[in-house]
Design a binder for this molecule. Structure first.
Ligand SMILES: C[S@@+](CC[C@H](N)C(=O)[O-])C[C@H]1O[C@@H](n2cnc3c(N)ncnc32)[C@H](O)[C@@H]1O
Length: 246
């Protein structure tokens, strides 16, 4: 094994419980965080005899976590009869996208994704539009154009400043009456068990964001909280927050 391969293997052992891996050819922009290899994940899912979505459900969270997240999101967002346009940041394997599309049948499902090896898989989703992704903005999406903009397990591990930029972008692109949804690690998630797990496994990858500060910031941008839901994540949990653009 090459020296680079050995380093990558060591880093990946540390990152393994958190659902990410360093892959060859990854960007050196600190905003763009690595994700599991599409090829290896597909192979592992095949060996386990389950779909990629179910494999990731079990591996990085808990069986059923994806379905539970989407159900809670759509119940809280209450998008109405006709959904024209949905936008997702960091769709990864498309496990949320597939369920949101099946439930809402949007005319267009925009995806911003930095992991190029997952794009062929994502392209097979109905009405999917792959947007040029710079890792910071939703620059290809028009202002006030989407019914729902969402992201999952993204704002738990990208730098805070990048999350803040994306939150401003989400507030920009959502139409009045539309919904914004994402999960974060906040003070409601960090109980003793979770912090012990973080410390013992050296989970330097995660970042926490203050809930009250975040809600104030969203309110300043016209976002009112509709509700929230706790989602399992290996070694702990995140809080899914769903907002309505007033
Ligand atoms: C931890 S994964 C979660 C994937 C998927 N949302 C899920 O929960 O299964 C984060 C995803 O965001 C992508 N990503 C990382 N940094 C990004 C950035 N700056 N902008 C957009 N996507 C990013 C990764 O490639 C990966 O697909």
């Amino acid at each position: 094994m090459s020296a680079l391969g050995a380093v990558r293997g060591g880093v990946n052992r540390v990152l393994r419980p958190f659902g990410v891996q360093v892959v060859r050819g990854h960007s050196d922009d600190p905003a763009i965080q690595p994700y599991v290899s599409a090829r290896r994940t597909r192979a592992a899912a095949r060996r386990a005899g389950v779909s990629v979505e179910d494999y990731l459900d079990r591996w990085s969270a808990a069986p059923g976590a994806t379905a539970e997240t989407v159900d809670a999101l759509l119940r809280l967002a209450d998008l109405g009869e006709h959904v024209e346009r949905v936008c997702e940041i960091g769709a990864g394997s498309g496990r949320y996208a597939a369920r949101v599309i099946a439930a809402t049948h949007p005319d267009t499902y925009e995806i911003y994704e930095t992991a190029e090896d997952w794009l062929p898989h994502l392209r097979s989703l109905p009405n999917m539009v792959e947007q040029p992704t710079d890792g910071h903005t939703l620059s290809a999406t028009a202002t006030e154009s989407v019914d729902l903009v969402h992201a999952h397990k993204l704002f738990v591990y990208i730098p805070l400043v990048v999350t803040l930029g994306y939150l401003d972008e989400m507030a920009r692109v959502v139409r009045p009456g539309g919904a914004v949804a994402f999960d974060v690690v906040n003070e409601n998630c960090l109980d003793d068990a979770m912090t012990k797990n973080w410390v013992s496994s050296g989970a330097t990858i995660y970042g926490m964001i203050s809930r009250t500060w975040l809600l104030d910031r969203m309110a300043q941008r016209g976002m009112s909280l509709l509700g929230s839901h706790f989602i399992p994540l290996s070694g702990g949990q995140t809080e899914l927050l769903v907002f309505r653009r007033v």
